[in-house]
Design a protein around this ligand. Sequence first.
Ligand code: 173
Length: 502
Amino acid sequence: MTTSGRLSGKEVALHNSRDSCWIIVHGHVYDVTEFLDDHPGGSRIILKYAGKDATQEYDPIHPPDAITTNLPKEKHLGPVDPETVEKVEVKITDQEKERQLRVAARPSLDEILNLHDFEAIARLVMAEKAWAYYSSAADDEITNRENHFAYHRIWFRPRILRNVAKVDWSTTILGNPSSMPVYITATALGKLGHPEGELNLTRAAAKHGVIQMIPTLASCSFDEIVDAAQPGQVQFLQLYVNNDRNITKRIVQHAEQRGIKGLFITVDAPQLGRREKDMRMKFEADDPSEVSKSGSEGVDRSQGAARAISSFIDPSLEWADISWFKAITKMPLILKGVQTWEDALMAYDAGLAGIVLSNHGGRQLDFARSGIEILVEVVSKLGEKRGVKFPNEKFQLFVDGGVRRATDVLKAVALGATAVGIGRPFLYAFSAYGQEGVEKGLQILHGEFEMNLRLLGAPTIKDVVPEMVDASNVSSHASNVPGDKLYENNYVGMESVRLRGA
Ligand code: 173
């Protein structure tokens, strides 16, 4: 203890082993000895900082309050005297230096013409691990590609000679105004791409009047993201249901109290999909001889960044739990990750506010169908079985996955969706350009909506009707599509063989 009543760096440094492991995060000391084996990211990474300041390693992955909420109070040992703490030197690797040069040489925002462009640039300028995590998808990434390709199987039937001098693409989502039928969907670990993480999305969303869905696994804390919103700015929350329902209850009720306007419960991830690009990154980043040992810690870190932090998700979640959610919150409840009309019907009968037809950006079950294809069958079957018409205020349909253009969004809207979620393109936009990148992405979409509504002969979103599309081929998985150069260039295959040390 120093004279100021604070712990000294010297004392902390003594607790540098598995038997007694203290770390410093944001100037406070924590005893994590008993937590080592429970750390979702494995014990090895903590032990690397045993007795030291771990803040720089901690920050890009964890919300600031992760450690204070997960560790029992008696393990919070108090502030450390900063003068006495040895600076942990974070070495900038040659690879990182080269990356920073690429960032400095990225094209100016003026050169960006569409959402694909962000992806191409992000691939060049992002840290390899971050790119691997964001871009990865399940198994052979067939569903990931299909999400985008499915839109190629839908064609327009535009109308002519309608007065489109004024066009308006604003709408409402769950009763909340939105400047376009698009929301920014939830994606985890924003700080992997940019130090401001999800706040880039919050601020850009405010400027453009769109709704942000806050992820359970944001790198910024939930409160930081809500605090960053403008007065009246609408936000939703994506929820991973915890094995410990008390934690979930706390999250949900806190969200409601903070004004969140919709709870999107993820139902397509009882176990996380196998994202091999992400996994491969672990092998390459760590000492390969260590990988085989990783199983002994209980958490297999060789499975990539997402799997490592997903162990809290409850695979026993079931339909019977819906009534519990209704009992603990008045927020509209939406299931995110519905993939068949049968489940859509169950959600409708359960009195939910809506569903997101989604395969989790192709990151879960490979060969799951695209949201846009599922939309067509859901609208048809719910009409047939329950006489419901879409779009529908009481039971709203959303789609996500593979959306890159306003034309994609307009196809979904024509087919009965209220709005469409876009995830990765905004991650790529802020990874390469911060908040301005996201703003540019939203501006591009506004421009595309204006032009395409005119060309469709639809002055408002309500005028975008089923007769404006030909989706007769949407569930034909054998149709010929033209080569998609922009997309394919971003998704080249992995090197199949890589010799160690080569
Ligand atoms: O798709 C994901 O990567 C995802 O949803 C997730 C789930 C758990 C932990 C981290 C990310």
